[in-house]
Design a protein around this ligand. Structure first.
Ligand SMILES: Cc1cc2nc3c(=O)[nH]c(=O)nc-3n(C[C@H](O)[C@H](O)[C@H](O)COP(=O)(O)OP(=O)(O)OC[C@H]3O[C@@H](n4cnc5c(N)ncnc54)[C@H](O)[C@@H]3O)c2cc1C
Length: 443
């Protein structure tokens, strides 16, 4: 391939194969990739220039913030990676309203560490190495999900460079369509540079790990779901269930937003009674940043080539809970993780953001590790199909037309498609998925 000619502003920002930095920049968390060019812009003008280079080259374009995307499409083979990791500032812009401005290239561990001295937190996810840009353009189901809601629910404004190079500061009154799309379907409309997000006052949390023996019929899981759905919203939790000898064990992780020890104990202790019998209970108070720790930070080198999908469930019934146990028992050894939703997530109107799923109580995340792959994962996921009611875009390795319909059903999908076409008429951001095929149905 002839080498691309770069404008002056990007000459110092380019990394190509052979550059000593290339090995640690080429890949994502889930995929070893071989892009022809990685661009590391440091401001809006440089992002616009990078988009123009990508547009004119006709090459595949990947946009990357933290590189933790499960699809691996934040890098590619033979194309261009627009990596905003240098745009990673975290700055308080309104002390009274606790609004901070966060660069899209920051990692959530660094955000949590920067907010801790203020006694504030933003619920993001469960891993400190995840980037701000990929998570805050799609949802953000974090450790405080039931008390705080999704990360996108607290975005007050976002700076976006559109595919035509224009920089837009979008909020509820300035370009509200763009603002709507950026909160749930942002990857298809532009490159996010920075988000203004309202934090919540929080210093410490109660963190509990409870292990119980689980029954094969799913009663343990159903009781867990009922307990979480009825619990005060300061309790957020997830559950993992796996074969244990001849039976099953469930691990419940619980986070209580706040540092009242009695309250933490009162909310976590009942979890031990939800299974066939308790196996272990541990709880402690920890600073919030311990949950999305700077200890998580690492380069992404394709170290986790897992395949992931998910299903949102309105609630757990006897039948759907049994189906979840079928997943856990399936021969393909699919890892099953459940997250409790509801609470503040469901306070938001379904049409307020491009993330429309505001009545479901449970998210089931299914992960297949090598040597298993898509076939084993599909077989396990099919067990949940009768009960699934939507999907979360960010726990999906294969962003195809089917998963698009799950994430953006009905009228939401129509609006997302319209806005993707309006802001990106040439389909620059949809040009290529990790596999080299179109990410979403063509406009
Ligand atoms: C170990 C692990 C734990 C996770 N835990 C959680 C969790 O608890 N809760 C949760 O909600 N999610 C979680 N996720 C999923 C996570 O939200 C997504 O993987 C997210 O896309 C990662 O963000 P990133 O910036 O690191 O991604 P990247 O790989 O950099 O990007 C992923 C995609 O997002 C888009 N994108 C990235 N940056 C921008 C930008 N600046 N502007 C526009 N589009 C952009 C692009 O389409 C890109 O392909 C987890 C993922 C992993 C691997």
């Amino acid at each position: 391939m002839t080498e691309l000619v770069l404008p002056d502003v990007l000459r110092e920002r380019a990394v190509r194969p052979g550059d000593r930095r290339y090995p640690l920049l080429r890949s994502t968390y889930t995929r070893v990739a071989a892009p022809a060019l990685i661009l590391l812009p440091e401001n809006a003008a440089e992002v616009a220039a990078a988009l123009e280079v990508a547009h004119d080259s006709g090459l595949p374009l990947s946009v990357r913030s933290g590189g933790h995307g499960l699809s691996g499409r934040s890098s590619n083979d033979g194309g261009i990676v627009l990596d905003v990791s240098a745009i990673d500032g975290v700055e308080v812009i309104d002390d009274g309203a606790r609004v901070i401005r966060v660069g899209a290239g920051a990692r959530w561990a660094n955000v949590a560490a920067a907010l801790a001295p203020h006694g504030w937190a933003i619920s993001s996810g469960d891993h400190g190495n995840v980037g701000v840009g990929g998570l805050a353009t799609a949802g953000g189901i974090g450790w405080l999900a039931r008390s705080y809601g999704l990360t996108i629910d607290h975005i007050r404004a976002v700076d976006v460079v559109l595919p035509d190079g224009r920089l837009v500061h979008a909020d509820a009154t300035h370009d509200p369509d763009l603002f709507w799309a950026m909160r749930g379907a942002g990857d298809g409309v532009g490159v996010a540079l920075a988000f203004e997000i309202e934090a919540t006052p929080l210093r410490a949390v109660g963190f509990g790990q409870v292990m119980v023996e689980a029954d094969r019929d799913g009663k343990t899981l159903r009781r867990w779901s009922e307990y979480l759905a009825a619990a005060p919203r300061e309790l957020t939790g997830n559950a993992m269930v796996f074969p244990d000898g001849t039976g099953f064990a469930a691990q419940f992780i619980a986070v209580v937003a706040g540092d009242d020890q009695d309250r933490v104990r009162d909310l976590i202790a009942p979890l031990a009674e939800l299974g066939v019998r308790p196996l272990d209970v541990a709880a402690q108070l920890v600073p919030y940043p311990a949950l999305v720790s700077t200890g998580h930070l690492h380069p992404n080198t394709g170290q986790q080539p897992a395949t992931t999908t998910n299903a949102l469930l309105p609630t757990l019934t006897d039948d759907s809970a049994r189906a979840l146990m079928d997943v856990a028992a399936a021969p393909g050894r699919t890892l099953l993780q459940l997250r409790a939703l509801g609470g503040a997530i469901n306070d938001v109107a379904p049409d307020a953001t491009a993330y429309t799923h505001r009545h479901q109580q449970v998210l089931a995340v299914l992960t297949q590790f090598p040597p298993g792959g898509g076939a084993e994962l599909d077989a396990a996921a099919a067990l949940l199909t009768p009960y699934a009611d939507g999907a979360y875009r960010n726990f999906e390795s294969r962003p195809d037309g089917v998963s698009f319909e799950g994430a953006f059903p009905g009228a939401t999908g129509e609006r997302v498609r319209d806005l993707h076409r309006r802001y990106d008429p040439d389909g620059l951001l949809r040009r290529v998925a990790a596999t080299g095929s179109a990410v979403e149905p063509a406009p």
